[in-house]
Design a protein around this ligand. Structure first.
Ligand code: NAD
Ligand code: LMR
Length: 330
């Protein structure tokens, strides 16, 4: 039996993500939580003739507690999205508090669940969730993931013109670092099957992956950021976590994790100097079972990108940790 929970289920990502989870044969129970509209979204989804039993909760009547109790996997797309001209860090002021509150709920009601954080800025919200869970004495680094799959999905899509593959997802491209601008580092040298990017197209391709989110924010022109591609990516990652938890072997996904708590993570932490970093992670029954160190095999160009990413990440991570340790005056 798998109970999946979506926190922020009525939003632009939350609704299509909930649809994909409802349609998945891997999910037996689906609980939707949001500050608005979940009764309607749950009623609508409940008419779909798939396995999952759907329920919707609002904050009233201990809704968060009821949604989370018994959860195996909790996906969090709650929080405000960007408008043109904003950075992901501009979302911190509002989203930090939202993720903190939801993480407290998880600590209390579903401390053993896998926690998948989509809310931006991911580079800071994952450290926030980790700090909250640590303070409650229930932090398991193998179970807390920053979802960076959209960067992987974009890399696959934008590289298709060079791979010639009909299905872009057949090319596996590790994306490491974090999830914002220059902290996103696609490693095209590690693509499988191998792909050759013409030298005069490399910088443009890197830039498009790093700033793919801005492309959507600009096109939506004030109506938000990526929602449908994110729902696809969030579902793809959630599905991998569930399949691995059910015992499927050999599933590897890049994800933003707390390195010191995952096998293989310490070596990567020593090289990067940061506690949180996205790397390909082998998933298993207990979550993030092994962080795969691919830093040693990168090109000189990629090494420079990684150095820049680390500089950006340090401040983002500190900001998240500090938010919990030294709460801002209200
Ligand atoms: P949205 O505004 O459409 O939806 C957000 C939902 O969160 C709303 O329904 C809102 O009511 C709900 N919410 C707000 N406060 C809440 C709380 N305390 N508890 C529960 N729910 C709450 O936004 P969206 O487009 O779905 O984006 C959501 C977040 O995901 C944003 O922060 C966005 O930047 C981020 N995002 C991340 C990625 C990624 O790759 N990780 C990609 C796209 C978007
Ligand atoms: C994305 O990469 O699309 C998301 O992080 C949303 C954003 O703000 O760009």
């Amino acid at each position: 039996m798998v109970k999946a929970v979506v926190l922020g289920a009525s939003g632009g990502i939350g609704q299509p993500l909930s649809l994909l989870l409802k349609a998945s044969p891997l999910v037996d129970e689906l609980a939707l939580y949001d500050v608005v509209n979940t009764p309607g979204v749950a009623a609508d989804l409940s008419h779909i003739s798939s396995i999952a039993k759907v329920s919707g909760y609002l904050p009233a009547d201990d809704g968060l507690k009821h949604a989370l109790t018994g959860a195996d996997i909790v996906v969090i797309p709650a929080g405000i999205p960007r408008k043109p001209g904003m950075t992901r860090d501009d979302l911190f002021k509002i989203n930090a508090g939202i993720v903190q509150t939801l993480a407290k709920g998880i600590a209390e009601h579903s401390p053993k669940a896998f926690v998948l954080i989509i809310s931006n800025p991911v580079n800071s919200t994952v450290p926030i969730a980790a700090e909250v869970l640590k303070a409650a004495g229930v932090f398991d680094p193998k179970r807390v993931f920053g979802v960076t799959t959209l960067d992987v999905v974009r890399s696959e899509t934008f590289t298709q013109e060079f791979t010639g593959q009909k299905d872009p997802a057949q090319t596996v491209i590790p994306v490491i670092g974090g999830h914002s601008g220059e902290t996103i580092v696609p490693l095209f040298s590690q693509a499988k099957p191998a792909v050759t990017i013409p030298a005069d197209r490399y910088d443009t391709l890197i830039n498009r992956v790093q700033f793919g989110g801005d492309e959507v924010v600009k096109a939506k022109d004030g109506a938000g950021s990526a929602t449908l591609s994110m729902a696809y990516a969030g579902f793809r990652f959630a599905q991998s976590v569930i399949k691995a938890a059910k015992g499927e072997k050999g599933i590897v996904e890049p994800t933003f994790i707390y390195l010191p708590g995952v096998e293989g993570g310490d070596a990567i932490r020593k090289q990067t100097g940061v506690d949180f970093f996205s790397v390909p992670v082998e998933l298993g029954t207990s979550g993030a079972e092994k962080a795969i160190d691919i830093l040693g095999v990168v090109t000189d160009q990629e090494k420079k990108l990684i150095d820049t990413a680390i500089q950006g990440l340090k401040g983002n991570i500190e900001k998240g940790i500090d938010f919990v340790k030294n709460p801002p005056a209200k």
